[in-house]
Design a protein around this ligand. Structure first.
Ligand SMILES: C[S@@+](CC[C@H](N)C(=O)[O-])C[C@H]1O[C@@H](n2cnc3c(N)ncnc32)[C@H](O)[C@@H]1O
Length: 283
């Protein structure tokens, strides 16, 4: 287990607490929701057979498994994460495919020292939680061969993410929500300003920096009930509601189902998302 110390101490404690357990509980639906984004990012990254890849903030291992299938037996994938419980899920999933060239590291990507340089570093929503993002990205760069590529997907502009803003608006009618975190605070929307992500990559010594919009309609659940549960349980809203009185939780859950109903399609409840797809090269 990673000790909750150093600049990322708060995040290490956070991802090893109730939030990490929630990600394990919702692993299947989270992977279904986020896989279209990471698959597109893997295409853009040009990750192919035989390559070595570091999966930063790999969580329950969904992207690490996808990457390992992609690079095949001649390649290698290392998933790194600070959350012991999420990694335990990743290890269990990998055990079902023992021939994959995949291993996991329970460590802090900001400060880990790397045994051998790799062709790619990849991340799906795993790089917005560093207290010092420039130093952390420089450390990720040091994991790459010269010319190696770093590709990640992160959440974009809050206002263009109704999968988040609609549930927040429902909750706001019943409880006082804390003000949005300042832009330099670690958290899911730390790179909502794409220019900040560009600057951090540049300051960390990356070249060929590109940060482009990636949009899609996320599958929140197969049913209105499933999507509403997802919305009230996960992320910052889940943490706030957990502390709310029970009658408030019940009212928010009822209204969340109503709010999700217009978005039900033949293949489930879908809401729009706007992300950044960032790519950069290690000189
Ligand atoms: C939003 S979750 C995404 C998980 C996974 N990439 C996915 O898409 O399912 C963010 C992940 O980043 C991990 N994380 C946060 N800070 C980290 C750090 N400094 N080093 C390694 N992992 C970190 C968390 O433990 C968590 O698993």
């Amino acid at each position: 287990m990673v000790e909750a110390s150093g600049p990322n101490a708060k995040e290490i404690a956070y991802w090893n607490g109730a939030n990490g357990r929630k990600w394990v509980r919702f692993q299947e639906s989270m992977d279904r929701m986020l896989q279209p984004l990471s698959r597109q990012a893997m295409e853009v990254a040009g990750i192919v057979e035989g390559q070595s890849v570091l999966d930063v903030g790999c969580g329950c291992g969904g992207t690490s498994l996808d990457l390992a299938r992609r690079v095949g037996p001649g390649g290698s994938v290392t998933g790194i994460d600070i959350s012991t419980e999420m990694l335990a899920r990743a290890v269990a999933r990998a055990a079902a495919e023992p021939d994959l060239p995949l291993r996991f590291l329970n460590a802090d990507a900001s400060v880990e020292t790397w045994a051998e340089p790799r062709d790619h570093a990849f991340s799906r929503m795993g790089v917005m939680f560093f207290r010092d993002p420039v130093a952390s990205f420089a450390n990720i760069r040091s994991a790459l061969k010269p010319g190696g590529r770093f590709t990640f997907v992160c959440w974009g502009n809050r206002a263009r993410n109704p999968w988040r803003s609609i549930p927040m608006a429902v909750a706001e009618r019943h409880i006082e929500l804390p003000a949005s975190a300042p832009p330099d605070e670690p958290g899911p929307f730390a790179f909502a300003d794409g220019n900040r992500a560009r600057q951090i990559l540049t300051d960390a010594g990356f070249a060929e920096v590109r940060v482009e919009v990636l949009e899609c309609d996320l599958l929140l659940g197969d049913t209105v009930e499933g999507a509403a549960e997802h919305a009230v349980q996960l992320g910052p809203l889940g943490n706030i509601l957990r502390e709310a009185p029970e009658d408030v939780q019940v009212r928010v859950a009822d209204e969340m189902r109503e709010a999700m109903t217009p978005y039900l399609r033949s293949d489930g409840v879908r809401l729009g998302a706007s992300c950044w797809l960032a790519t950069a090269a290690a000189p």
